[in-house]
Design a protein around this ligand. Structure first.
Ligand code: HEC
Ligand code: HEC
Length: 148
């Protein structure tokens, strides 16, 4: 009984070592991931920067990646982030361009002097955790609709 328990333990360890050395052999330095279909972000952005931005989108809009991204043609339900099949992605591109323009054109010209104190506009400035921002105060609605 004790013998077989010992044997079991030893075989588990041997197996684990075999498995580990096998997987170490298979580890090769992965080439850095490349961006495939970027139209709204600055061309200088790296994959990691875009990826980080995506985590912000998720939180700022209170959604998951599949809110804007479509499933892969061959590996569904896995998402293929480079596809443009989900119409929300193009809306998001407009929003990216709009946000960049607001910062470059309006925020950066504020007379604060010290630019580190200027708050930039982000998706969260409007969205606050919702895909469709709650916006329409009755007053604003009347102005927009031209009834005031
Ligand atoms: C609010 C919409 C939205 C959400 C949510 C979102 N994305 Fe994106 N994603 C985009 C847009 C728009 C682009 C393309 C940007 C451009 O064209 O400059 C993009 C591009 C990407 C790319 C680059 C693909 C390429 O062209 O190579 C990756 C990777 C990516 N997203 C990953 C994610 C991940 C992971 C999540 C979830 C954590 C996520 N996205 C959530 C809108 C979104
Ligand atoms: C100045 C305010 C503002 C900013 C900044 C902003 N949005 Fe929006 N966004 C809106 C409004 C308002 C709507 C709703 C438009 C409508 O009525 O369909 C919207 C709608 C959207 C939608 C479509 C939601 C749906 O389900 O129809 C997406 C996606 C989106 N925004 C993504 C973003 C992303 C990503 C950013 C940051 C890069 C961003 N927005 C920044 C105001 C903003």
């Amino acid at each position: 009984m004790l013998q077989s328990k010992k044997f079991m333990t030893v075989s588990v360890i041997v197996l684990a070592i075999a498995f580990l050395s096998q997987s170490f052999q298979n580890v090769q330095p992965r080439p850095p991931k490349k961006l495939k279909n970027i139209k709204a972000f600055p061309a200088t952005m790296t994959y990691n920067e875009v990826d980080h931005q995506m985590d912000e989108f998720k939180v700022d809009l209170g959604v998951k990646c599949n809110y804007c991204h479509a499933p892969s043609k061959t590996e569904a339900p896995k998402l293929d982030m480079s596809l443009d099949d989900n119409p929300k992605k193009e809306i998001a591109r407009s929003m990216i361009r709009m946000t960049i323009e607001m910062n470059q054109k309006y925020m950066s010209t504020l007379p604060h002097g010290d630019t580190t104190t200027v708050q930039t506009i982000t998706c969260n400035t409007c969205h606050r955790g919702a895909a469709k921002p709650f916006a329409k105060l009755p007053e604003v609605k009347a102005i927009v609709n031209g009834t005031k």
